[in-house]
Design a protein around this ligand. Structure first.
Ligand SMILES: NC(=O)c1ccc[n+]([C@@H]2O[C@H](COP(=O)([O-])OP(=O)(O)OC[C@H]3O[C@@H](n4cnc5c(N)ncnc54)[C@H](O)[C@@H]3O)[C@@H](O)[C@H]2O)c1
Ligand SMILES: O=C(O)C(=O)C[C@]1(C(=O)O)C=C[C@@H](O)C=C1
Length: 281
């Protein structure tokens, strides 16, 4: 197996694959030699390669684990070097039209399977990788009419052995759902931190008086800006749609506050609390 981008997610897949001997060899490809050396020392990969064609040469499975905005260029670069029957999969947070684009970039003798482990954290880089990251989490695969059933089965088996519960989903449904439960929360966390830098409030240095509320709510604002820039740009339509709904809800609540509508606020907060408790506790 070759992992392209040995960071938090690629590194965690490497660790569990080596620990459980899910594949024969784990080869890492990346841009930074120092980080690949660290990955080798940590037991995340068996060896590393610094050129893309060499990295995928002879690989049965290639996993794209770089920011989603890099996938297209990487697929173009590796396509001529994939072996007969090779499977290329990804861990990217956006699917939609990109899955068909990746499929179209594959040579006739290789297969693409879209994948997305729904597990992560706000820390990036191989230092943050753990073998337990996917344990008990979900992993969404996004097969299309073009997907090879055997390739799909192999990718599903890898994630199951890594500890994940695999679901299959249409790539566009994936993007709508993830826009709501992952992309919107990250956007709101980033925007909240940004709001605190507004001159009207920043001069009072409010953050020094914060406690768990701000800390818990904005943990994910410490996530990789590069990764999230790509996610918002590549999942633009679904993100804009959910941001519109969010703005509607925010306006509704703001109006109730302005009007002193205590009962209206109670109704919204009680419903939100109950949904949060049922769904996430
Ligand atoms: N962080 C999460 O919570 C999470 C969860 C699920 C899926 N994902 C997806 O996983 C992918 C990786 O995210 P991550 O959190 O592991 O990020 P990361 O920053 O920890 O790792 C990315 C790695 O890719 C390398 N890289 C970046 N651009 C490259 C390029 N052009 N060529 C080669 N290497 C390159 C970086 O040096 C780094 O080692 C993203 O597509 C992201 O959408 C992230
Ligand atoms: O737990 C976190 O820090 C995460 O952000 C993980 C998280 C999410 O839940 O939104 C982030 C991006 C992914 O594509 C999948 C999972």
């Amino acid at each position: 197996m070759t992992i392209i981008g040995v960071g938090l997610i690629g590194g965690s897949l490497g660790l569990i694959s080596k620990r459980k001997k899910l594949v024969e060899t784990v080869v890492g490809y990346g841009k930074k030699r120092g980080s690949l050396q660290k990955a080798t020392a940590m037991g995340v990969i068996d060896r590393y390669v610094l050129t893309l064609p060499k990295a995928v040469e002879g690989a049965d499975l290639v996993v794209l684990a770089t920011p989603v905005g890099t996938f297209e260029r990487i697929c173009q670069a590796i396509a001529p070097h994939l072996k007969e029957g090779a499977i290329v999969t990804d861990v990217g947070s956006v699917k939609g039209a990109w899955v068909a684009r990746m499929e179209s970039l594959m040579p006739r003798h290789a297969f693409f399977v879209g994948g997305h482990p729904i597990a992560g954290r706000e820390k990036s880089g191989v230092e943050a990788a753990t073998a337990e990251l996917f344990q008990g989490s979900r992993c969404i695969l996004t097969p299309t009419a073009q997907t090879d059933p055997k390739a799909l089965k192999k990718v599903a088996a890898l994630w199951e052995k890594a500890g994940a519960r695999v679901s299959e989903m249409n790539p566009f449904d994936h993007d709508q759902i993830l826009a709501a439960v992952s992309h919107l929360p990250h956007l709101v966390a980033y925007v909240l931190m940004e709001t605190l830098t507004h001159p009207k409030i920043a001069k009072k240095n409010p953050v020094q008086f914060s406690a768990g509320g701000l800390r818990d709510f904005t943990r994910i604002a410490a996530s990789s800006p590069e990764m999230w820039r790509d996610i918002f740009l590549l999942n633009r339509d679904a993100v804009v749609e959910i941001v519109d709904l969010y703005q509607e809800s925010l306006e509704k609540v703001k109006k109730k506050i302005l009007e002193g509508d205590a009962a209206g606020l109670m109704e919204i907060f009680e419903r939100a609390k109950s949904i949060r408790q049922k769904a996430l506790s």
